[in-house]
Design a protein around this ligand. Sequence first.
Ligand code: SF4
Length: 275
Amino acid sequence: MSTALAEKYLRVERLPHIWCRGCGHGIVLGALVRAMDEVGLDLDRTVVVSGIGCASRAAGYLNCDGLHTTHGRALAFATGVKLARPELRVIVIAGDGDLAAIGGNHFIHAARRNLDLTCICFNNQVYGMTSGQHSPTSPRLSLAPTAPYGHLEREFDLCELARAVGAGYVARAAAYNPRAMTRLLVRALDLRGFSFVEVLSQCPTYFGRRNRLGGAVDMLKWQKEHTVDVARAREMDPAELEGKVVTGELHRAEYPEYTAAYAELVSRVKGETGR
Ligand code: SF4
């Protein structure tokens, strides 16, 4: 990231950041800054909302109004901000534990309403801030302090969930490819409705070390080898896709946006009742 871009979009006085060496979260933040710049976001009319966890610290580094809220509730706070001030651009940053476990119901209903929010999940497959306990996106049989013999649950596909409940835009990116990530974030920020981008972000400190995946570079290589762009995935049969993670723009649809529908309702009721 250029110095000019950093000085415009980041609170440089808060740097250096708290993330571990090799963490993917800085790559995601960098891509988000580039995407914000590309769509020309007005920082004075942008609010970034986050919950609790390593990923959620990203909100504090961005040079716009922010809400660092309680665990799992970022989307609930963001819903309040958006309904009170529909003209603002609201971006939600959350880790997988935050968004998919305690915040799971908020995620379902924000997507279902197609509320105009851009929600970015930094998916490192563990609760990083509290030392690597398994999360809903931890792969089956992966190791964690809470699963020393292998995690038995299947991982939660958050993109499938978002698409199924009615999000207007769903995409998946990986930290090894920040250019593709930036492109997807630009499209997400451009959409009027609920846009969701899941980003695979490596946690070498806990997930990588415990699962013997090597350091950050090895984990990025793993991402490169195990991700498949959605266009290519469509031509592959299920056997070839086994063990692969599909990236790219996974879903886009036109649904009524909630704040616009709400404004119409208010206007209609006022017209009918004269109040
Ligand atoms: Fe990143 Fe993991 Fe360190 Fe958290 S614990 S900052 S996710 S590497």
